[in-house]
Design a protein. Structure first.
Length: 725
C-alpha cells in the first residue's frame, strides 16, 4: 500500500461503526422538508383554491325534514307469540318498514300524487315539458330517509334548490309512505285470512277422517289396549337400532382412516401423517427421528462431501430408520385393516339381531303397529288444526285493529338558509388538503425524485463537499470529449475542468506524488470522461501523470484516446507479471503517451474476474513502481454502486473523487456508497457534479458560474482586443 502523506496537524478520522453509519438523522427530514417547501406551497395554493372554487360554485341547496314515529301499537301486541315472536321486535319492525320505503312502487305513488302546480314548485318552469321518467328521476334523487340511531324515528329529507320544494317533497313522501304501508298491510292481512280459512277447513276434514278410520280399525280387531310384550319388543328394537348405528359409524370411521392412510402411503411421503391417522406412536417417533436425520444431512451436505464419514454414518442411520419405518407402516396398516374387519363383523351381527327383532315385532303385533300409525295420524291432524284455528283467530282480531303503527311526528317546514355550499365544511376540506400536501409532498417527492441535482443535494443531503461542476458537453464530438482540456474545443468546459483542478488542489491534504481514485454510483455518469480531462489538467500544470484504466470489466480509456486494448494490466498478468526492466518499455503493459505528458495504462482486455485479478501478488509491486515514476496516478475504476472493484483499489490510493451525473443517481444510494468509502483510509475530497444542464434554467442548479456564463465570458475574453505592453 502506498504511503499516505497527511499533514502532521491532521488526525486520522475514526471509522464509524455500523450503528453510526446507518443511524437515522432527523436533520435530514428537515432538509428534505425545506428543499421541497416552495413547490409544496405552490401546489397547496393551487389545489386548495381549485377545490374551494369548485365547492363554492355549486348551486345552493335547501333541506327540509319530516319525522315518522314507529311504535309497536295494538296490532303488534296482538301478534306476539305468532311465528316465533317475529313482530314483537321493534328492530325487525323498523328494518322491515325501511325496506318498504325503498320500493319503486312507493316512489311512483309519490310522483303521481303531485299536482301540476306542485310539479312547477319542484321542477320550475320546465315541469310541463319534462318527461315522466325525468321528473321521477328528480324526485328520486331529491328524497332520502334514514333512521335516527337509538330511536324509533325515521327522518325523511327533501333536498331542492327551492325551500318550498324541499318541504313539499319531504311531507308528501311521509304521507304517501303511511298510506302505502297501510295498503300493503291490509292486502297482506286479507290474503292471509283467505289462506288460513282454506287450510283450517282442509285440516278439519282430515282430522275427522283419521278419527273414523281409527275407530273402525279398533272395532274390527277388538284392540282395547296394547300388550305389554309389544312394549318390551319395541324397546329392544330401539336398543338394537342404536347399537347398529353406532357400529356403522365406527366402521365408516375406520374405513375412512384406512382409505386416508392408503392414499398417503401411495404418495410415499407421509409416514408422520400415517402415524397420526393410525395412532401409532412408535411410527410417529421414527418419522420425527428420520426427519431430523434428513435435516442434519441437508446441513452437513453444505460442509462435507458425500464420502465424508459423518455423511456415510448419517446415510446408514437413515437407511436403518427407513426400513424400520416401512415395517412400522406395514404393522400399523395391518392393525387398522384388522380393526375394519372386526367392525364389519360386529355390524353384520347387529344387523342380523335387529332383523330378527323387527320380524318378531311384526309377527307379534302387526295390528298394533298399524293402530299406532292411525292414532299418530289422527293426533297430528288434531294438533295442527288447533294451532291453525288459534292463528286464524289472531289474524281476524289483527285485521280489525289499526292498519299501521307509523305516524307523522313532525312535518317539514321550508328552510330559511341553504345547507350547501357549506363554507365551514369547504374550509375544513381545504385545510385538510393543505396539511396533507404540505406534509406528504416533500417526502413523496424525495422518495420518487430524490436524486443528486445541485450543490444543496451534495452539501445538505449527503453532508460532503462539492469540489466541481462540469456542464453538459453534448455539442462536442464524442471522440474528442476525453481531450477537452488539451484541445480546447469547448473553452467553457475546459475552464470548468481547470476550476475543478484548482479546487481539488486547494482541498487536498496530500501533496504529489499521490494516487487519485475516480468512481461513481452507476455506469454512464461520465466517470472516465472526467478522469481523462482531470489527468490532462495535472499534465498542464507540469505534473507527470499516468491514467490507469482500472475498469477491467468495461474499459473505455483506450477508445477515448484512439488506441487498441491489446496491451495492459490483464495482458501483463497473463504473461507472468514481470516487473523487471523499464515499465514504460514493457510490451505487455503497453504504457503509451496518449497526449504529451499524459501516459495511459490500458486494461489489456476484458475480464469478468476483476476481483481475482486485483488479488494477484504482482499487482501491488507494479503499482508501487508506477507511483515512483509518476507524480500523479489517476485510477478510473468501475462504478462503486455496482461492483466492489473501487473498494479493492482503495487500499492502493490516497484520495478519492466521486462523480455524480445530474439527476441520475438517487441521493440515498450515493449516501450509502459514500458512507462505505469514508470507512476506508482514503481521503474523501468530495463530489463532482457532471452533465449539469445548460438551458435557460440551468443556472438554478449551479453554485458558482454556470456553463452559459463561463462560455459567454470565455467568448468575450477571446474577442476583447489586447493592448500591447
Amino acid at each position: 500500500m502506498p504511503d499516505k502523506k497527511d499533514p502532521p496537524a491532521s488526525k486520522p478520522k475514526p471509522r464509524p461503526d455500523a450503528a453510526t453509519a446507518f443511524s437515522f438523522d432527523w436533520r435530514h427530514l428537515l432538509v428534505v422538508f425545506r428543499s421541497h417547501l416552495p413547490v409544496a406551497l405552490a401546489i397547496t395554493a393551487v389545489v386548495c383554491t381549485l377545490v374551494a372554487w369548485q365547492q363554492m360554485r355549486q348551486p345552493k341547496l335547501y333541506e327540509a325534514r319530516a319525522t315518522l314515529n314507529v311504535d309497536r301499537g295494538e296490532r303488534s301486541h296482538s301478534l306476539e307469540g305468532i311465528d316465533g315472536n317475529f313482530y314483537s321486535s321493534n328492530e325487525v319492525l323498523i328494518a322491515t318498514l325501511l325496506e318498504q320505503l325503498r320500493t319503486m312502487d312507493l316512489l311512483k305513488r309519490v310522483v303521481q300524487s303531485f299536482s301540476p302546480a306542485e310539479r312547477l314548485v319542484i321542477a320550475g318552469d320546465s315541469a310541463p315539458h319534462l318527461p315522466a321518467a325525468e321528473f321521477e328521476r328528480i324526485v328520486r334523487h331529491a328524497i332520502t330517509f334514514h333512521r335516527t340511531a337509538g330511536t324509533a324515528l325515521i327522518v325523511v329529507s327533501g333536498v331542492s334548490e327551492r325551500p318550498q320544494a324541499a318541504a313539499l317533497l319531504a311531507n308528501r313522501f311521509a304521507e304517501q309512505a303511511i298510506e302505502y304501508v297501510a295498503d300493503r298491510s291490509r292486502s297482506s292481512t286479507d290474503a292471509s285470512l283467505v289462506f288460513l280459512r282454506g287450510q283450517a277447513e282442509d285440516l278439519r276434514k282430515k282430522s275427522e277422517t283419521a278419527e273414523r278410520a281409527l275407530q273402525a280399525y279398533r272395532t274390527k280387531y277388538n284392540l282395547v289396549s296394547l300388550d305389554a310384550n309389544q312394549n318390551i319388543i319395541v324397546d329392544n328394537l330401539k336398543s338394537l337400532n342404536a347399537s347398529a348405528t353406532a357400529a356403522r359409524v365406527a366402521r365408516v370411521g375406520i374405513e375412512a382412516r384406512l382409505d386416508q392412510a392408503q392414499t398417503v402411503l401411495k404418495r410415499g411421503d407421509g409416514a408422520a401423517e400415517i402415524a397420526a391417522i393410525t395412532g401409532a406412536d412408535t411410527l410417529g417417533d421414527i418419522a420425527r427421528r428420520l426427519a431430523d436425520l434428513k435435516g442434519k444431512r441437508a446441513v452437513m451436505s453444505e460442509r462435507y462431501g458425500r464420502r465424508h464419514p459423518l455423511m456415510e454414518e448419517n446415510e446408514r442411520a437413515i437407511e436403518a430408520l427407513q426400513k424400520l419405518e416401512d415395517q412400522e407402516v406395514a404393522t400399523a396398516m395391518a392393525a387398522l385393516a384388522d380393526q375394519r374387519d372386526k367392525a364389519r363383523a360386529e355390524e353384520r351381527q347387529l344387523d342380523l339381531q335387529r332383523a330378527k327383532a323387527e320380524q318378531d315385532a311384526l309377527n307379534l303385533d302387526q295390528r298394533a303397529v298399524e293402530y299406532n300409525i292411525l292414532r299418530s295420524t289422527m293426533e297430528t291432524h288434531k294438533a295442527t288444526y288447533a294451532q291453525l284455528l288459534a292463528r286464524l283467530n289472531d289474524a281476524t282480531i289483527s285485521s280489525q285493529l289499526a292498519d299501521t303503527n307509523m305516524r307523522i311526528s313532525e312535518l317539514a317546514t321550508p328552510p330559511a338558509a341553504p345547507f350547501s355550499p357549506n363554507l365551514r365544511k369547504t374550509a375544513l376540506v381545504a385545510l385538510g388538503l393543505a396539511l396533507a400536501i404540505l406534509i406528504g409532498y416533500p417526502f413523496t417527492a424525495e422518495m420518487f425524485f430524490g436524486r443528486v441535482r445541485s450543490s444543496a443535494d451534495v452539501e445538505y443531503h449527503l453532508s460532503v463537499d462539492l469540489i466541481g461542476e462540469i456542464g453538459s458537453v453534448r455539442g462536442v464530438d464524442e471522440r474528442n470529449r476525453a481531450k477537452l482540456v488539451t484541445s480546447e474545443e469547448d473553452e467553457a468546459a475546459a475552464e470548468q475542468f481547470r476550476a475543478l483542478y484548482s479546487q481539488l488542489t486547494l482541498t487536498s491534504k496530500i501533496d504529489p506524488p499521490k494516487s487519485i481514485l475516480v468512481t461513481s454510483t452507476m455506469p454512464g455518469e461520465g466517470k472516465s470522461f472526467i478522469a481523462a480531462n482531470l489527468a490532462e489538467c495535472f499534465v498542464a500544470h507540469s505534473r507527470r501523470t499516468l491514467l490507469f484504466d482500472a475498469d477491467l470489466r468495461r474499459p473505455t480509456q483506450h477508445r477515448n484516446f484512439g488506441m487498441d486494448n491489446k496491451s495492459g494490466v490483464i495482458r501483463w498478468l497473463e504473461s507472468g507479471g514481470s516487473g523487471e526492466g523499464d515499465l514504460l518499455k514493457n510490451p505487455h503493459l503497453g504504457i503509451a503517451e496518449a497526449v504529451p505528458g499524459l501516459y495511459l495504462l490500458r486494461a489489456g482486455g476484458v475480464s469478468r474476474k476483476a476481483t481475482e485479478l486485483m488479488d494477484a501478488p504482482q499487482l501491488p509491486a507494479l503499482l508501487a513502481a508506477i507511483q515512483r515514476q509518476f507524480d500523479v496516478v489517476i485510477f478510473d475504476t468501475p462504478p462503486a454502486g455496482v461492483f466492489p472493484d473501487a473498494l479493492a483499489f482503495a487500499k492502493m490510493c490516497h484520495e478519492i473523487v466521486y462523480i455524480c451525473r445530474f439527476n441520475a443517481a438517487a441521493r440515498r444510494a450515493v449516501h450509502d456508497i459514500v458512507s462505505r468509502l469514508k470507512q476506508t483510509e482514503l481521503e474523501f475530497t468530495g463530489i463532482v457534479l457532471n452533465a449539469m444542464p445548460s438551458g435557460l434554467g440551468g443556472s438554478y442548479y449551479y453554485r458558482g458560474y454556470s456553463y452559459q456564463q463561463a462560455k459567454r465570458y470565455s467568448k468575450e475574453y477571446a474577442t476583447t482586443p489586447r493592448s500591447n505592453p
